[in-house]
Ligand binder design. Structure first.
Ligand code: HEM
Length: 556
């Protein structure tokens, strides 16, 4: 009898506990949203703004961020509006004057690191020491950029080898998964400059770096869905970041030891000291930053910052090239001419205006994300248009407001690969104003202001080197001429039965699809039909299933 009573009572307790926890979570979420909503009541909302129902808006934003932002721009031209993402309200800025104001805001008003810390949950993923002491940023901006003329021949060697391995040029058309192939090539070429040979060619190390970024993003998303007090506890159950970190150490610790030994024996500036990111890190690291753990974390971080950004940006351009193979001939003419004069050098890349324009135009239409320059206000701020935003508000700039502005760009939705060459020829502005690396309020692909991407000079050189290599080496086309592959978002379904594995699947696809682009003539099988990109929340992932057909360019 006692047993019979005990079981229902125990079960009942369990149910009570579950119900109590659900109610508690409901109230935490509700009051969080209420509090946030109350403070931002004066900012118009796209979608519902009632607590919890706003999650419908967040869902819409997840599957169609571009549509949500466009609707905001139409309804509230040049004014701020707010959209719900799964975790918070995001105030979106579209007015160029306000964008310029954001550009100038100091870190003690609008913090970029707080925005990163929240999105990536850096406390549990990359580590907060990176934003507390970002000494890698000037290294990237100054040392890496200055050394480019010296380093680019190594990048070229790596690019040529990697293409030969992953996209061997023959007379027969072959297929490559664009994004997957590109990710592998970027990982290899970039690590030649980060840690040198032979590690940059180690397939396990390359795969680790590609996967590490995916794990960090996935862990950030899942942890943000949980109440703060559960995050540390849940992390080991849902994340492989720590395992990847250990794998990184396994590969890198012997290299650190070797470099330290050489410094001890020959002095810090020994003549054969490698010119690479690791050497500069070791030169600048102080105290605990000199230890294996911290050095490992900076190397993984620079891979995180560069591989996916570069390969996504490049894959978009590669797909445009395969969609419009008529660009191959004029690009080839330019590349052959400047390489004849300057060899495969930094000077040559600087003269490749058409290559640069093609990449920049691709980035204009398909930037990394629709919402750039994300910042968290660390104090209340009154903007010059009279809008007061409270401390804690996340703000960001809508890339389409700048990149698709009809007053700045003629026929803004059309891909015009040589748009920036023409703009440059028509303008009497500074010679390099229309270069890919040049950011301004009309061109936000690398961000703007004090946190503008410090790696953009390296990235642009790498991208140009790869595009030029593809153009002179291959013919390219899309797989199904004239048939754009279906948008990936749809394949996850909608509503309560939407694929629960979509985040995982996306990550897997991103990594699996990543080998593809630099040395061939490429084209799409379905000519003139560029595979649909996938907009996941605000970010634009090139369709991960898109394949490009390539064969050796007939004249080589
Ligand atoms: C095409 C490739 C790339 C794109 C599109 C890109 C884009 C961006 C963007 C949009 C930001 C944020 C800027 C802001 O908030 O205002 C950023 C920041 C950053 N990028 Fe890049 N990036 C690329 C490649 C790279 C590479 C190759 C490196 C390293 C070598 C790098 C290192 C960084 C770092 C360290 C930051 C943070 C800067 C700071 O907080 O001050 N990026 N990047």
């Amino acid at each position: 009898m006692a047993d019979m009573l005990w079981i229902p009572i125990r079960l009942g307790d369990k149910y009570h506990i579950v119900i109590a926890v659900l109610i508690a979570i409901y109230w935490v979420v509700l009051s969080y949203w209420r509090g946030q909503t109350r403070k931002l009541r004066h900012i118009p909302t796209i979608g519902p703004d009632t607590p919890l129902i706003s999650y419908y808006g967040a869902y819409k934003f997840l599957v169609d961020a571009r549509g949500v932002i466009s609707s905001g721009m139409e309804r509230f031209p040049n004014a701020m509006f707010k959209v719900a993402d799964m975790f918070q309200w995001m105030v979106v800025i579209t007015d160029p004057k306000t964008v310029d104001e954001v550009r100038k805001l100091p870190d003690n008003v609008a913090s970029s690191s707080e925005a990163h810390d929240e999105i990536l949950q850096t406390e549990f993923t990359l580590g907060e020491h990176l934003s507390r002491n970002p000494y890698h940023v000037p290294i990237i901006r100054v040392q890496l950029t200055k050394a480019l003329p010296q380093l680019l021949p190594d990048v070229r060697e790596e690019v040529v080898d990697a293409f030969q391995e992953l996209m061997p040029a023959t007379n027969k058309w072959a297929k490559a998964m664009a994004l997957d192939t590109m990710m592998k090539i970027f990982a290899r070429a970039s690590n030649r400059i980060f840690v040198g040979r032979p590690l940059c060619r180690n397939p396990e190390f390359i795969e680790l770096n590609v996967q590490y970024s995916v794990d960090v993003i996935r862990t950030g998303i899942i942890l943000r869905l949980l109440p703060r007090f559960l995050r540390a506890w849940m992390k080991p159950l849902i994340s492989s970041v720590d395992n990847r970190f250990e794998q990184g150490l396994k590969h890198l610790a012997p290299l650190f030891a070797e470099r330290r030994k050489a410094r001890e024996q020959k002095g810090a500036n020994y003549s054969s000291k490698p010119v690479d990111f690791l050497s500069w890190l070791m030169d600048e690291a102080k105290d605990e930053e000199q230890t294996d753990w911290y050095l490992n974390s900076r190397i993984l971080m620079i891979n995180f910052a560069s591989i996916h950004t570069s390969s996504m940006t490049f894959t978009h351009a590669f797909l445009y090239l395969a969609t419009y193979p008529e660009y191959l001939k004029p690009l080839r003419d330019e590349i052959e001419e400047v390489v004849r004069r300057y060899g495969w050098s930094k000077d040559a890349l600087d003269q490749m205006y058409h290559v640069d324009s093609f990449l920049k135009e691709s980035q204009r239409l398909t930037p990394l994300t629709n919402l750039l320059i994300q910042r968290v206000l660390v104090k209340d701020h009154l903007f010059s248009d009279g809008t007061l935003l409270p401390k804690g508000t996340t703000i960001s700039v809508a890339a389409p407001s700048a990149h698709l502005n009809g007053e700045k760009y003629e026929d803004p939705l059309r891909f015009d690969g040589f748009r920036y060459v023409k703009m440059r020829e028509r303008s009497d502005a500074a010679e390099r104003k229309f270069d890919m690396v040049s950011s301004n309020i009309d061109s936000l692909g690398f961000g703007l202001g004090r946190h503008i991407c410090p790696g953009r000079f390296f990235a642009a050189s790498e991208l140009k080197m790869m595009l030029a290599h593809i153009v002179v080496t291959y013919d390219v086309k899309l797989e199904h001429e004239g048939v754009r592959p279906p948008d990936f978002v749809r394949t996850f379904g909608l509503g309560r039965h939407a694929c629960h594995g979509r985040f995982f699947a996306t990550s897997e696809l991103k990594t699996t699809l990543a080998h593809a682009v630099v040395t061939y003539e490429v084209k799409l099988e379905d000519m003139d039909v560029r595979p649909a990109d996938r907009w996941i929340a605000a970010s634009c992932l090139p369709n991960p299933t898109a394949q490009v057909l390539f064969r050796k360019h007939a004249d080589i």
